[in-house]
Every structure is written in structure tokens, then in C-alpha cells.
Design a protein around this ligand. Sequence first.
Ligand SMILES: Cc1cc2nc3c(=O)[nH]c(=O)nc-3n(C[C@H](O)[C@H](O)[C@H](O)COP(=O)(O)O)c2cc1C
Length: 169
Amino acid sequence: MDCTQAIRARRSIRRFKPGASVPKEDVETMLEAAMMAPSACNARPWEFFVAENPEIKEKLRAAHPYASMLEDASLAIVACARPEDQTGVCEGYWPLDCGAAVENLLLQAAALGYGTCWCGCWPAMDRVEAIQAILNTQSVPAALIAVGVPDESPEARGGYDPGKVTWLT
Ligand SMILES: Cc1cc2nc3c(=O)[nH]c(=O)nc-3n(C[C@H](O)[C@H](O)[C@H](O)COP(=O)(O)O)c2cc1C
């Protein structure tokens, strides 16, 4: 699947095949895609936690009010921001940088045939703090991402809305 197809095929997946596993090589391909995202001053202000262990996955699920799909997902990836990695004129861009990284990860997963669901963390500070405690980190959880083998195939949907575009002439 090429980039054009992956962007258009990706949907949030909330039903996964229980017990399916995702090879480490594929997880690393997704993480590499995330880390290839652009970032202000190339600061790459992120780090990623990967949880395949059912007990840790369950703790993450319980820490988030809208992540019940994690129960049958093969793994959870927490994309965390490291705001302290940005200084000077590049300070403060980390939410955007992390968003770009998460989207790259989702698209790479779709291209490999996996399903994902992006569950937002920051700026919901209760989720941020609960997940920081589970991960034992001061990095800022930006997204909790469920990854697995899809057990549903929601239709691709068109996204182009000319009303959101102003052509400057
Ligand atoms: C910042 C952000 C936070 C989101 N948080 C959740 C969430 O907590 N739980 C969930 O099931 N989906 C979550 N989603 C997924 C959106 O609901 C989904 O992307 C949107 O409805 C569009 O559907 P699609 O991804 O299938 O195109 C989130 C998406 C984004 C970008």
C-alpha cells in the first residue's frame, strides 16, 4: 500500500483480533516512521513506550476513560513528549511534533495492514499523570495508541471539504 492509499484507508480501529501478535520488526518499522516525522529544529522531542505485557496494557487501559479497545489490542504504544529537549526559538512546539510523529506511526501501521486507535492523553492532565505513574517517567504522554490486527473494517471516507480551503489569488 502506498502513502496515498494508506492515508485514505486509515480509520480508527476499536475491535481487534484477540491473541494476535505483531512481530517486533513491524513495531520497529512503525516507530521508525514516527521518528522520521518533522520536528521544530529537528529536536525530536519524543520517546515511546511499548507495552505488550497484558498486565501493563490493562493498567494503561484503566488509566484512560476512552481506551477500552486496548483489551484486545496486541500492544499499546505511548508516545511521550520531552518538552525539555526543545530550547530557544524551538521551545513549545512539542505538541505539534508529537502529533506529526503519531500520525506517521498510524499511517505506517495501516500500510502494514494493522489497525490503530489514537487515544488522546495530553492536555487531559488526569490521564497524563496516571500514565506517567504507570510508566515511571516525567515525559508527557501525548497519545496512547492501540495497535493490533483489525477485527472490523470501517469504510474509508472522503475528507476533502472545499469549504475549509481559501485559494488566495
Ligand atoms: C487527539 C486525538 C484524540 C483521540 N482520542 C480518542 C480516544 O480517547 N478514544 C478513541 O476511541 N478515539 C480517539 N480518537 C480517535 C478519533 O475519535 C477519530 O480519529 C475520529 O473520530 C475520526 O475517525 P477515524 O480516525 O476513523 O478517521 C482521537 C483522535 C485524536 C486525533
